[in-house]
Design a protein around this ligand. Sequence first.
Ligand SMILES: *[C@@H]1O[C@H](CO)[C@@H](O)[C@H](O)[C@H]1NC(C)=O
Ligand SMILES: *[C@@H]1O[C@H](CO)[C@@H](O)[C@H](O)[C@H]1NC(C)=O
Ligand SMILES: *[C@@H]1O[C@H](CO)[C@@H](O)[C@H](O)[C@H]1NC(C)=O
Ligand SMILES: *[C@@H]1O[C@H](CO)[C@@H](O)[C@H](O)[C@H]1NC(C)=O
Ligand SMILES: [Zn+2]
Length: 438
Amino acid sequence: MKLLGKPRSRTAALLPLCLLFLKILQPGHGHLYSNRYAGDKVIRLIPNTEEEAYALKKICHKLKVDLWQPGSIFYVSEGTVTDVRIPHNGSQALLAFLQETNIQYKILIEDLQKALEEGSSLPTQRSRRSLSGYNYEVYHSLKEIQHWMHHLNKTHSGLIHMFSIGNSYEGRSLFVLKLGRRSRAYKRAVWIDCGIHAREWIGPAFCQWFVKEALLTYKSDPTMRKMLTHLYFYIMPVFNVDGYHFSWTNDRFWRKTRSRNSRFRCRGVDANRNWRVKWCEEGASTYPCDDTYCGPFPESEPEVKAVANFLRKHRKHIRAYLSFHAYAQMLLYPYSYKYATIPNFSCVESAAYKAVNALRSVHGVQYRYGPASSTLYVSSGSSMDWAYKNGIPYTFAFELRDTGHFGFLLPEMLIKPTCTETMLAVKNITMHLLKKCP
Ligand SMILES: *[C@@H]1O[C@H](CO)[C@@H](O)[C@H](O)[C@H]1NC(C)=O
Ligand SMILES: *[C@@H]1O[C@H](CO)[C@@H](O)[C@H](O)[C@H]1NC(C)=O
Ligand SMILES: *[C@@H]1O[C@H](CO)[C@@H](O)[C@H](O)[C@H]1NC(C)=O
Ligand SMILES: *[C@@H]1O[C@H](CO)[C@@H](O)[C@H](O)[C@H]1NC(C)=O
Ligand SMILES: [Zn+2]
């Protein structure tokens, strides 16, 4: 395969990467992210009663923990597990509290800095290139991903067209790839976005994988051929470009966009709470320092507005909206904002059921599936609900691997198995669309 064919362009592709590592590995200490996660722990909290849940909410708030899964303090409740990152200076206090109150817990990651450095992002491993020229089994920086997109736009112009739908808060282009065989006939389309939340790095890696697989197999694989013949795929590998970049350069666990607030020092809005669908109601925060902050008004974030505008303009022919997140191993569909089943529930449900089975058939990995509200949690202003409300009948959100062992630090070694199994689920959903739902 020659996706990044010429040796010269390979060298060019690696250049920004080297520069980035020179930047992160600042002289003197040699630690990623200036060693800022040294001693941080990731702890799973398991409250069994209402009182325990209440007590946990209070102490989490007080110690300013970073909620990993689910992403907000108001989801802490009895009978559910919550994974939190506790800063080094707070972990003693939290552990003492847990022991004193006898609340069940489990330490998932003992030292986050160690986990991060052992994990995968080591320069020696990163510079390893696959024989085929471009390494899809490492995480790529924003610059690398954009370079890759430009390259494909040049070398695969028959199947790929790259364009921008606007600019981010910090002025970066919001690039989308249109993938599919050109046709004068009317074609339906599927929208795929990855990386709404910055720290969920497996998302963008999957978007790249999807494009690679399409280019590599559409000649030999009848299913892929059918997909690219009958459909266009709009693929946005990195939705939250500013946040993603920031998660490479400053804070590995950044989630939100990077917009400024006029009255608070905290930056960023949760780009999955900023859509005009029950905006800022249950499951979203009005406080700018929270990770689920809904923003000052719907579509306040230029990234959200750009995608919403694009989907509005093309909603007649876009039949499916797929959004890739991590982590939880779930396949979710509407509604997020309320406990209720959507009309024509059975079509969507059977698509999800089959997709999850297809995914499991690869490595035996189990996904839960169902309406987001009852399967994960209630959240308002999400992209999936918005897409559904705007007439796109099949809308799904994937929460990719894992279930907390590595969390956001899913090792690069697991990119391939994760993407391989997810690919089968996406193909299965897509083929489902092409048939008339019974
Ligand atoms: C931990 O350190 C941070 C910044 O250094 C500080 O803002 C915070 O209050 C400290 N937390 C505790 C529990 O001491
Ligand atoms: C992609 O390639 C086409 C020409 O084939 C060009 O017109 C277009 O500007 C390119 N897209 C980007 C974003 O550079
Ligand atoms: C439900 O399915 C029927 C029949 O296929 C269709 O006419 C209707 O538009 C669908 N409703 C929704 C909300 O998708
Ligand atoms: C989708 O998955 C189901 C198993 O869940 C399988 O029977 C079916 O053949 C798959 N369809 C395609 C097109 O891959
Ligand atoms: Zn997410």
